[in-house]
Design a binder for this molecule. Sequence first.
Ligand SMILES: C[S@@+](CC[C@H](N)C(=O)[O-])C[C@H]1O[C@@H](n2cnc3c(N)ncnc32)[C@H](O)[C@@H]1O
Length: 287
Amino acid sequence: MNNTPLEDALVLATKALLPIAGERARFEARLLMGHVLGVDPSSLGLTHTVPLTSPQMEALERALERRLAHEPISRIIGKRAFWTFEFEISPHTLDPRPDSETLVEAVLARVAKDAPGRIVDFGTGSGCLLISILSERKNLTGVGVDISQGALDVATRNARACGVAERTQFLCTDWDAGVSGPFDIIISNPPYIPHQDVGGLAEDVKNFDPLDALTPGPSGLEAYTRLATACARLLSPHGFCAMEIGQGQEEDVARLFEAQGLHPTAQHKDLQGITRCLVFERKPCTS
Ligand SMILES: C[S@@+](CC[C@H](N)C(=O)[O-])C[C@H]1O[C@@H](n2cnc3c(N)ncnc32)[C@H](O)[C@@H]1O
């Protein structure tokens, strides 16, 4: 395939991807080609007769092999579109899911455009939730917490690339250990899949998302137990928490937060109609 013109290489790549990508094969081929050449895929049409060099062809072949082994395109190209940005991702970070934009929307709906305040994101991963919110609310400052320093390195670069680094701090710790409040907003998309369910997940998830980002333990609720006590300790009197949850976890998660004096005040559904985000506030004082 040496010195193959770009358009011919795209046709070959599209054919190779057909079994795994179906009708998206041409689209995926263009994404991989753009990645290999270091150009925006939308500009490929301008150079379609240019021959690929041997190293470029080899890089394309390696990328195709990875895709045919079920690795998501986002992982091969190292970035994922989320909210209004393209976030860098790595083997240390969860690949952000479109469903998690539900949490971003839930928070923005509660915070006035120019409101000042502090926000903390537990299990920040690539930083996609925190950074998206900070980009829309210029008077907020934020802390992103994660147990993975590798993830925090990526989040730090993302905060810089998205122009919010000066209002963001990242902390490598076990949930709220060593974290000082109060915070006006507490968010988290913690790992919530029961450990025994991980084996049944799709190959592109179970083989490529970090295990610590997927599962917190046998029940799937272990992280929420920690987060409920963390929120009770750290939330300011008039603040709120927004938690992403797994399908069908609303009652269990609400019970854990209620036990810590945090009252569920709203539920938000994702685009498939699944309850994806719960909002909690402190119970009003009755005396
Ligand atoms: C489901 S991922 C969410 C990542 C990102 N917030 C997002 O929505 O794409 C959960 C994150 O929690 C982090 N995590 C797991 N256990 C943790 C712990 N004990 N303390 C802090 N973070 C933890 C993982 O490293 C992972 O980045």
